[in-house]
Ligand binder design. Structure first.
Ligand code: NAD
Length: 261
């Protein structure tokens, strides 16, 4: 636990399930006040809100489409109206669409990039403006992926968006470092969340994914949330512009793990 997080105010996008859900709950356990955003699954966000309030934090759930400027603004307004401030903004919401690139429709490309990349821009811009206007040494955490580094055939829109998030994070980390604002990414590997439910239900695909992880297992949303809590806290006070990979070693060229090659 990080004592400095108590009573800090956070917005978490895509908090109704998976990693965003776990981050909201972890922030609640840290005694934070959390605006838990959902797009369609209100029940998931409310379940997380209950965990937050049962553990000493405060929560407010809000529907918003984070690929729109109105969506991002409504989340900021909720943080101010409900909790009086904003300290931490987590751009977690994301989605992926599988398609051979030569068959990927422009519509699907736009769907993925509008959430995974433009959504991150809109969230960060909204938080940065508030931090600047109010002289707050705020904190932004962007949910990237190992696929900001590892190419992913048939998921070109996703990999392009996450690659964009990497340099966006580094750029704004540099741009606002002098203001005391820190910006970092998290790069999860294979994590057990609804985004992977279909894939992991198939034993062959599950085993194949595990074989790409030197630690030989799939990660949990709580393990990613632990990284978010550290990045949000003062314990990481000299860290900005990084991607914290939480991936069981997936980015370590696992094809070489037996020393062959
Ligand atoms: P998930 O599908 O379980 O949850 C995604 C969340 O984003 C959901 O709550 C969904 O409602 C929300 N969302 C989608 N579009 C939205 C929109 N327009 N507005 C608001 N919310 C929206 O997925 P997850 O695994 O928890 O993924 C969370 C983040 O972590 C994503 O950015 C994803 O790319 C990233 N990630 C996940 C993994 C993994 O293995 N699970 C690996 C690497 C990166």
């Amino acid at each position: 636990m990080y004592n400095d997080l108590k009573d800090k105010v956070a917005v978490v996008t895509g908090g109704s399930k998976g990693i965003g859900n776990a981050i909201s709950e972890r922030f609640g356990k840290e005694g934070m006040s959390v605006v838990i955003n959902y797009n369609s699954d209100r029940k998931g966000a409310e379940d997380a809100a209950k965990v937050v309030s049962d553990n000493g934090g405060k929560a407010f759930v809000l529907q918003a489409d984070i690929s729109t400027e109105e969506g991002a603004n409504s989340l900021l307004n909720a943080a101010i109206e409900q909790f009086g401030n904003l300290d931490v903004w987590v751009n977690n919401a994301g989605m992926e669409i599988k398609s051979p690139t030569h068959e990927l429709s422009l519509d699907d490309w736009n769907k993925v990039t509008s959430i995974d990349q433009t959504g991150v821009f809109l969230g960060a811009k909204t938080a940065l403006k508030y931090f600047k206007d109010n002289n707050i040494k705020g904190n932004i955490i962007n949910m990237s992926s190992v696929h900001e580094q590892i190419p992913w055939p048939t998921f070109a829109s996703y990999a392009a968006a996450k690659g964009g998030v990497k340099l966006f994070t580094q750029t704004i980390a540099m741009e606002y470092a002098k203001d005391g604002i820190r910006v970092n990414s998290i790069g999860p590997g294979a994590i057990n969340t609804p985004i992977n439910a279909k894939k992991f239900a198939d034993k062959a695909q599950y085993d194949k994914t595990v074989s790409m992880v030197p630690m030989d297992r799939i990660g949990t949303p709580e393990e990613v949330a632990a990284g978010a809590a550290w990045l949000a806290s003062d314990e990481s006070s000299y860290v900005t512009g990084i991607t914290l990979f939480i991936d069981g070693g997936m980015t370590l060229y696992p094809a070489f793990k037996d020393g062959e090659g």
